[in-house]
Design a protein around this ligand. Structure first.
Ligand SMILES: [Zn+2]
Length: 250
């Protein structure tokens, strides 16, 4: 039996997700996409956290063909900070966890098409099997298209951290990634980004750090910032299912 408190939080998450979904029908805005592992063959894709190489390229090509503008990190920041109006037909590419395929499969395409991207890196995963090495991160970070963001020290649910542990996750990952990449690390993405896994307390705690903004894993667009706030911005996970829909529309 699930405890009442957890059931209430789940319900809150469900309501919040449905609300964003409903509003996004009427209120279009810049979209931030989440990608994870990019696999060579479609048959190997077994979850919504992987995408085939062909679908990855087809999805982004479709965005460009529709006249949607890929945002640089600077343009994205100015829009989130409200310094410039939001560009409705625009998008931003982000990767969570950062598998080796970001370097071997995604990067050549992004480079050839001058599409900027954010890498949300988990410190603990660097150099592990099938994840970017420190050297690969350093190489990517030298490219002006690449922005380094934090995805914590450990890939765990923040809800189970004490406030001090959460703070350490924010600060230690930021310090390490800044040193490694030579870039200022200004943005954060919560591992397992739903409210059930993150908790409102941890979002408030993040606002007291030096991060300028942060992302959830709840679908929506940046025009919904008036609901989400700057520290729990919506993003859209790109799965094979989503890319199939786009290909069918063509
Ligand atoms: Zn993750």
């Amino acid at each position: 039996m699930i405890p009442l408190k957890l059931r209430l939080i789940r319900e809150k998450n469900r309501l919040y997700t449905s609300m964003l979904k409903l509003i996004s029908i009427f209120q279009r805005g810049p979209e931030v996409y989440i990608f994870h592992d990019i696999l060579e063959r479609k048959e190997d894709v077994k979850s919504e956290f992987a995408l085939s190489h062909a679908s990855f390229e087809a999805f982004l090509k479709a965005q460009l063909q529709k006249g949607r503008k890929p945002l640089t990190f600077h343009q994205l920041t100015l829009q989130i900070e409200g310094k410039v109006p939001k560009i409705k037909k625009s998008f931003c590419v982000s990767f969570d966890d950062c598998n080796t395929s970001v370097y071997t499969r995604a990067y050549p395409f992004l480079k050839a098409n001058a599409i900027p991207f954010i890498l949300f890196i988990t410190k603990d995963l660097i150099g592990k099997k099938n994840f970017l090495t420190a050297e690969q991160i350093m190489t990517l970070a030298k490219d002006p298209l690449c922005t380094i963001g934090s995805h914590a020290v450990h890939h765990k649910m923040f809800r189970y951290f004490t406030p001090n542990e959460a703070k350490a996750e924010y600060e230690q990952s930021r310090r390490y990634l800044q040193q490694l990449s030579g870039q200022a690390v200004d943005c954060f993405a919560f591992p397992y980004g739903r409210l059930v896994e993150v908790s409102c307390e941890n979002i408030k705690l993040l606002q007291q750090t030096d991060y300028k903004f942060a992302f959830s894993a709840i679908a929506g667009n940046l025009n919904q910032q008036w609901i989400s706030g700057k520290y729990y911005l919506p993003r859209i996970n790109v799965s094979e299912k989503i890319t199939q829909k786009i290909n069918n529309l063509k």
